[in-house]
Design a protein around this ligand. Structure first.
Ligand SMILES: Cc1cc2nc3c(=O)[nH]c(=O)nc-3n(C[C@H](O)[C@H](O)[C@H](O)COP(=O)(O)OP(=O)(O)OC[C@H]3O[C@@H](n4cnc5c(N)ncnc54)[C@H](O)[C@@H]3O)c2cc1C
Length: 485
């Protein structure tokens, strides 16, 4: 009997565990370790952040679902990995921590034959002084953050209804933050809500970003087919912001936040600040705090994980000039570069390099977005990692028939810009591949037939449909596996 342990019940880990349990539960053991008792459909947190969905609409309890799936569920935080075991344990194990029912701090070692690290990002608010819901800015990265953001936003909207002007600042809260898409979606939804209440004359709406040009989105921008023309995402994004009355500050690395004011440096080395009444700024992402030890107990964290705390996998991490980066540097199977029975899925794997050109100010501040790993690739990676483990357990072979390079697969990003069956809109962007490949596609960097941008009501319906469809799938309801990632 083999034992597969998955860390993190997010989009990637939950997808992996669903496929593992479907194929292995009769004869093998599947264990999920995750600190939150709920699954959350993160993309819909945007709607929680503008008061259009409740937190209950974007989350559900995991325990009954894992009971149905036959998955052993431990609500705990993984803090260390011993891939070689130790003097007491022959096998690799994970050290987990949780608080027992009688309120005692428990530490437990969970052994495994295969381990999937799908712990997602650490929301690194500490990397920017004054950032985050505990300090002076809001976030929509979790449902709790989004609900906090809505309470603050609602207060601002009420002030406007009483005639008081408000400044809104939305974007990235660290010089190397990613996830521009989520912040972009949020600013458009705020603009829509302000417009709906006919308060535009009192609103000063700003987008602040570390991108060199708008529409970079951490993927080096893209050329998209739009209404029969090829348009750079810079134009696509700028025109949408203009239409929604949003002004922008670009090439900006936010370094510090104080009550009502953000301090930032721009790529030309200038220091500036922007006052706000409401700010939602995405923090920098790093890997979660997990250490690794060898059999003798020596700390091997720096071997197993990259400097940003994300796990090193089958990618080319050799340092080389930007011009020499290749699509094939990106991983295919997400197997740990050091231990063959460990995999890192979703945001937990360390990307080999940025997709956007690295930029630095004259003061030495790096200001550019790190690569995004959106929901679709995170789900697909979770699935193929599970499929390869299932294959290895069932055949006894150690090959990997399933691959999912981000330099080959496509992704769709739907940025809602308002809500409602007839009034909702969305900007839909598909790119293929996600990582630009200038060797295969010398003209546009991507397959231009599959790289498309459109704005309209249909996209909004699609986003809403996806909300219900993916929650249905995550609940493992009948025929869930027919729904693609
Ligand atoms: C507001 C917002 C909107 C977004 N909208 C979209 C969208 O429209 N489309 C899209 O494609 N993508 C979107 N994304 C991105 C998408 O949500 C991520 O790509 C996806 O959630 C990544 O999946 P993951 O499984 O790697 O990480 P996560 O979903 O973050 O899951 C990580 C899991 O690991 C758990 N964990 C953390 N630490 C530990 C530990 N030490 N031990 C055990 N478990 C741990 C966490 O509790 C969590 O359950 C959005 C992101 C945000 C923040």
């Amino acid at each position: 009997m083999a034992k597969v342990v998955v860390l993190g019940a997010g989009i990637s880990g939950h997808t992996a565990v669903s496929y593992l349990s479907k194929s292995l539960k009769k004869d093998h053991e599947v264990v999920m370790i995750s600190p939150n008792s709920n699954f959350q459909w993160v993309p819909s947190n945007i709607w929680v952040g503008v008061g259009l969905m409740t937190t209950d609409q974007v989350k559900f309890e995991l325990a009954p679902v894992y009971k149905k799936m036959g998955v052993i569920h431990k609500q705990a935080l993984a803090v260390a990995i011993n891939p070689e075991g130790d003097l007491e344990h022959e096998k690799g194990f994970v050290t987990i921590k949780y608080v027992s029912k009688d309120k005692k701090d428990i530490e437990e070692k969970v052994t495994y034959d295969y381990l999937i690290n799908a712990t997602g990002p650490k929301l690194n608010f500490e990397a920017t002084e004054g950032l985050g819901p505990q300090k002076f800015t809001e976030s929509v990265c979790t449902y709790d953050h989004a609900s906090h953001a809505w309470a603050k936003l609602e207060a601002s909207l009420k002030k406007m209804e009483q005639g008081e002007p408000q400044t809104f600042l939305i974007g990235t809260g660290h010089p190397m933050a990613t996830c521009q898409g989520a912040a972009f979606e949020y600013v458009l939804n705020i603009a829509f809500e302000i417009n709906k209440r006919k308060l535009n004359h009192l609103a000063d709406l700003w987008w602040i970003t570390n991108e060199y040009e708008l529409g970079d989105f951490g993927m080096g921008g893209a050329y998209v087919k739009r209404n029969g023309y090829i348009t750079p995402t810079k134009i696509f994004t700028e025109s949408i912001l203009k239409e929604y009355g949003v002004k922008w500050i670009k090439q900006a690395g936010v370094k510090k936040v104080e009550k009502g004011v953000v301090h930032y440096e721009t790529l030309d080395g200038k220091l500036d600040s922007k006052a706000f009444d409401f700010a939602m700024l995405i923090p920098g992402f790093s890997g979660v705090d997990m250490n690794a030890f060898d059999k003798q107990g020596n700390d091997i964290t720096k071997i197993v994980f990259a400097a940003n705390g994300m796990m090193k996998v089958d990618a080319d991490y050799n340092l080389k000039p930007y011009e020499e980066w290749k699509a094939k540097d990106w991983p295919l199977i997400y197997q740990s570069s050091t231990y063959k029975n460990i995999y890192a899925a979703g945001i937990a794997f360390a990307p080999p390099h940025a997709m956007s050109k690295p930029m630095q100010s004259p003061n030495g501040t790096k200001i550019f977005p790190t690569p995004p790993r959106t929901g679709m690739p995170s789900g697909v990676i979770g699935k193929i990692v599970a499929q390869n483990i299932i294959h290895q357990i069932k055949t006894g072979k150690d090959d990997h028939p399933h691959q999912a390079s981000m330099a080959k697969m496509g992704a769709a990003c739907i940025v809602s810009a308002g809500y409602g069956f007839t009034k909702g809109q969305a900007a839909v962007m598909t790119v293929k591949p996600i990582v630009p490949d200038w060797e295969t596609y010398p003209k546009w960097g991507r397959n231009i037939d599959d790289t498309v941008g459109v704005v309209g009501t249909a996209g909004h319906w699609m986003k809403l449909f996806m909300h219900y469809m993916f929650i249905y799938k995550a609940k493992a309801k009948p025929f869930w596996w027919l729904i693609p990632e």
